[in-house]
Design a protein around this ligand. Structure first.
Ligand SMILES: Nc1ncnc2c1ncn2[C@@H]1O[C@H](COP(=O)(O)OP(=O)(O)OP(=O)(O)O)[C@@H](O)[C@H]1O
Ligand SMILES: [Mg+2]
Length: 225
């Protein structure tokens, strides 16, 4: 039986320098389609820097990254932006919602560069708000949402372009345990039902135990579990 699964992220000999600082040192790993991976490690060990590299937000100093079978190292800014828009979603600890837009507009925001009827944009954003349980908060500005609700809006926004990989940098780090648990349930559901690949930085060992596999980072180096 053919059980070879497709590699969705491949990092080879990845390094990043900022002058004398080298937060990522010759990192190698692969992630298969549909995996839920957690990346753990002490503060300052290079987790966010590594995430930025493999998500195509920053270029590495050395090494290569393949996402969805495509080498993204060497793509120019425009090519990278297009690639990210098509394949990648991001969720951050601090939510990064646009304060002057309501929930619906925040979720729809990544669709604005895409040629699409306003009606379709709104319908897609509303369907995702419903999926994250916030249909009745569509008209609320972020300031009128709880932390957990803001993060659910941010997850809906990250999913609007139907990415195949979701990168999360401590998505429950600013939330109390109840809201954090709801966010985790939502992510687990997306992973299990939609086979969405999730790569998550976290300090939370309980989340790590729920993931398929953990990677550990220490002084810029990655070891597998
Ligand atoms: N743009 C930059 N210029 C210079 N140094 C940087 C830059 N970005 C990160 N660093 C340094 O790289 C190291 C790793 O930072 P990074 O944010 O990746 O750590 P982290 O593991 O995500 O930590 P935390 O758990 O606190 O979020 C730190 O020493 C940081 O100061
Ligand atoms: Mg970090």
């Amino acid at each position: 039986m053919n059980n070879i699964r497709k590699q969705v992220i491949t990092a080879r000999n990845l390094s990043k320098h900022f002058g004398q600082v080298q937060p990522v040192r010759e990192v190698n790993f692969t992630v298969q389609t549909g995996e839920f991976i957690t990346l753990l490690g002490p503060s300052g060990s290079g987790k966010s820097t590594l995430l930025g590299l493999i998500a195509g937000l920053e270029q590495p100093s050395e090494g290569s990254i393949h996402l969805q079978g495509r080498e993204i190292t060497g793509l120019n800014e425009n090519e990278l932006a297009l690639f990210r828009r098509k394949h990648v979603g991001f969720v951050f600890q601090a939510f990064h919602l646009i304060p002057t837009l309501n929930s619906l507009e925040n979720v729809a925001f990544p669709l604005y560069p895409v040629r699409m009827q306003e009606k379709e944009r709104t319908e897609r954003a509303m369907a995702l708000l419903e999926k994250v349980g916030l249909k009745d908060r569509a008209a609320h500005l972020p300031a009128r949402l709880s932390g957990g609700e803001r993060q659910r809006v941010a997850i809906a926004r990250a999913l609007i372009n139907e990415p195949s990989i979701l990168f999360c940098d401590e998505p429950t780090g600013n939330l109390d345990s109840t809201s954090g648990g709801e966010i985790l349930d939502l992510l687990l559901q997306l992973n299990q039902h939609r086979k969405l690949t999730i790569f998550m930085v976290t300090h939370d060992k309980e989340i790590a135990q729920l993931s398929h596999r953990s990677l550990y980072m220490h002084d810029g180096e990655v070891t597998a579990s």
